[in-house]
Design a protein around this ligand. Structure first.
Ligand SMILES: [Zn+2]
Length: 511
C-alpha cells in the first residue's frame, strides 16, 4: 500500500527514493532476526530519506543496532541468499504486495532462535570437537562475554554470560563431559592431564572470517575442572559516540574535546560500566600516522593498528602502571591512554603529562563526575594542577536494552513518575516499555546494552571552583546549572525513549 516500499514500481520514484533491493533484503533480515520491528524499519527509512543517508547508516545513527551485530547479520543475509528455499529479495522485481509482506513483522515464534534447544540437539548428533566449536560460535552469536563450563556430580553445565548475566545454556552428560573439557584444553594448548592446578591459555577461532581471541582459564573444583572462556568484545569500526548511548549534545561535546592538543579526559564508573569502550572510541577517532599514540593497559582488550599498546600488570616481574607511564613519556607521545589510574603515583604522573603538552585519557573509580575530582584531591593532586589540566570527566553506566521481540508498553501511574523525578502533569499519558521474556532474550526481556552518560565539561567557572578545591556538592550544583545532564537524568531519558526499563535504571543509578 505504501508506494515507498516497492523497490521497482514506477510510482515509487515520485514518492521519494525507493529502497534499493540491497536495503530491502537487509531490512527483511533484520526483521526476521527480531532485531528491528516493521515500524522501526519504516522509521529508519524516513530518517534515511530526510538525512540523505543509506539505510545501513540510518539504522546505525539511530542506534537501533551495533555495527558489530549489523556486520554479523549482513553475513547471515549472504548465507540466506545462498539457500534456494529462502525468499530471494534481490531476485526478480517484487510486486508491491510481495515486498510489503517481506517487511511486515513475521510471526514471533518463527523468528526466535532457541539457542538452548539447538545446542541440546547437537549433543546427540555431532562429535565432541564439533559440539565445542558450536558452543563457542553460538556464544559469540548471542553476544556472550564469557562461557562457563561447570563440572557437576552428574555432568557438565554450560553457561553464557550475556549482557552481564549468566544464562544456563546446555547440560552435557557425564559420559561426554571429560572429552568436552579435554577438547577445550587441547584447543587452548593446555596440559590435559594436569587437573589439580589452574592453567591459563588462549584459543583463536575464525568468526565471520575474522580471528577472535578467547582467553581460557581452568580451575580445579571437587567435581572436576571448571573452565571459563572470556570473549573480548571486538570494536570493528569507529562508531561515533552516539552509538555508545550518548545523546547528541554529549557526543558533540566529546567530539570537540578529543581534538584538543593537551589536557586530561577521565572516564569514571564501576567495573563493567563500559569505560574502556569509551576510551577506545576516543583513540580510534583521533588515531593518525601524524601522532604518536601510546597506551598502557591491563589487560589489552582490543588491538588498534598504528597504536603503541603496552601490557602492564601487578604480578611479580610485571611492569607497573607508574613505571610504564614514566617510560612512555620519554617516547615523545602526543596522546597517552592509561588503562586505569589506581594509585597516587600514576595520578601524579598522568596529570603532570596533561599539563605539559600530552593529551591524556584514563579511567578512574568514582560514582559520578564531581566525586571523581574529590578522588583526585585524595590522591594528593592539588587543585591548581587539576584545574589547569582537566578537560572533562565522563561518568557512565551500562543499562540493558529492552528486547524488541517481546516489548510491551504500559502507562505509568503518578507514583512511578514521581519516583523518576518526572512531573506527572507534563508526562500524563506517557507510555513506558518493558520486555515480557521470550526465547530470543532467554526470557529476560532484554537484548544488548547501551551506555548512560554524564559529561562534566571543565569550563571557566568550574575551573575556578576546582582551583579552590570547592566541595563536590557545590561543584555538582554548578555543573547542573551550566547544563550538565546528570547520570540520573540521562537514564530517565532512556526510559522515556523506550530503550530501557525503570527496573534497569534503578539497578544502576541511585535515586
Ligand atoms: Zn524477548
Amino acid at each position: 500500500m505504501d508506494p515507498t516500499l516497492a523497490p521497482s514500481s514506477p510510482s515509487a520514484a515520485k514518492a521519494g527514493p525507493a529502497p534499493s533491493p540491497e536495503d530491502a533484503a537487509l531490512a527483511a533480515v533484520l526483521i526476521k532476526n527480531g532485531v528491528l520491528t516493521g515500524d522501526q524499519v519504516e522509521e529508519a527509512r524516513r530518517y534515511a530519506e530526510e538525512h540523505r543517508r543509506d539505510f545501513k547508516q540510518a539504522i546505525l545513527e539511530m542506534n537501533l543496532i551495533s555495527p558489530e551485530r549489523l556486520n554479523q547479520l549482513a553475513f547471515e543475509r549472504l548465507r540466506a541468499l545462498a539457500q534456494p528455499e529462502a525468499p530471494a529479495p534481490t531476485s526478480t522485481p517484487a510486486s508491491p504486495a510481495e515486498t510489503k509482506t517481506m517487511l511486515v513483522l513475521p510471526d514471533r515464534d518463527q523468528i526466535q532462535r532457541d539457542i538452548r534447544k539447538e545446542l541440546q540437539d547437537l549433543t546427540q548428533t555431532v562429535p565432541v570437537p564439533e559440539l565445542i566449536g558450536q558452543i563457542l560460535e553460538r556464544a559469540i552469536d548471542c553476544r556472550a562475554t564469557d562461557i562457563h563450563f561447570d563440572s557437576l556430580d552428574n555432568g557438565l553445565r554450560v553457561r553464557y554470560r550475556i549482557d552481564g548475566q549468566l544464562q544456563d545454556i546446555l547440560f552435557i552428560e557425564s559420559s561426554v563431559a571429560a572429552a568436552a573439557l579435554s577438547r577445550v584444553k587441547v584447543m587452548s594448548n593446555l596440559n590435559i592431564v594436569e587437573r589439580r592446578h589452574s592453567q591459563d591459555g588462549r584459543i583463536t577461532i575464525m568468526y565471520n572470517g575474522k580471528p577472535r581471541d578467547l582467553r581460557v582459564a581452568t580451575f580445579p573444583t571437587i567435581y572436576g575442572e571448571k573452565i571459563v572462556i572470556r570473549i573480548h568484545e571486538v570494536l570493528t569500526d569507529v562508531v561515533g559516540f552516539h552509538h555508545l548511548g550518548m545523546n547528541k549534545s554529549q557526543a558533540e561535546a566529546l567530539d570537540r574535546l578529543i581534538v584538543q592538543p593537551y589536557g586530561a579526559v577521565l572516564v569514571a564508573g564501576p567495573v563493567g560500566a563500559g569505560k574502556t569502550s569509551t576510551l577506545y572510541n576516543c583513540l580510534e577517532r583521533i588515531n593518525s600516522p601524524l601522532r604518536n599514540v601510546m597506551t598502557i593497559e591491563d589487560p589489552i582488550e582490543h588491538r588498534m593498528p598504528g597504536v603503541n599498546q603496552t601490557q602492564v600488570g601487578s604480578g611479580p616481574g610485571d611492569m607497573s602502571f607508574s613505571e610504564g607511564l614514566r617510560a612512555m613519556l620519554r617516547q615523545d607521545p602526543d596522546i597517552v591512554m592509561i588503562g586505569e589510574i589506581r594509585d597516587e603515583e600514576t595520578a601524579r604522573i598522568g596529570i603532570r603529562a596533561a599539563l605539559t603538552g600530552v593529551l591524556v585519557f584514563s579511567t578512574l573509580h568514582g560514582s559520578d563526575a564531581p566525586s571523581t575530582i574529590s578522588n583526585l584531591y585524595n590522591f594528593g593532586i592539588p587543585g591548581y594542577q587539576l584545574s589547569s589540566s582537566l578537560l572533562a570527566i565522563v561518568s557512565q553506566r551500562l543499562v540493558r536494552k529492552i528486547c524488541p521481540n517481546c516489548r510491551v508498553c504500559f502507562t505509568p501511574d503518578e507514583k512511578l513518575l514521581l519516583s523518576l523525578e518526572l512531573d506527572p502533569d507534563e508526562h500524563q499519558g506517557a507510555e513506558l516499555f518493558r520486555g515480557t521474556g521470550c526465547p530470543a532474550c532467554f526470557q529476560t526481556g532484554y537484548i544488548g546494552r547501551t551506555g548512560v552518560f554524564e559529561i562534566m565539561m571543565i569550563g571557566e567557572e568550574l575551573r575556578d571552583l576546582i582551583f579552590q578545591q570547592i566541595p563536590r556538592d557545590v561543584l555538582r550544583r554548578v555543573a547542573v546549572d551550566l547544563g550538565m545532564r546528570t547520570l540520573k537524568q540521562s537514564a530517565v531519558d532512556k526510559i522515556l525513549e523506550g530503550v530501557t526499563t525503570v527496573e534497569e535504571v534503578y539497578r544502576v543509578v541511585s535515586f
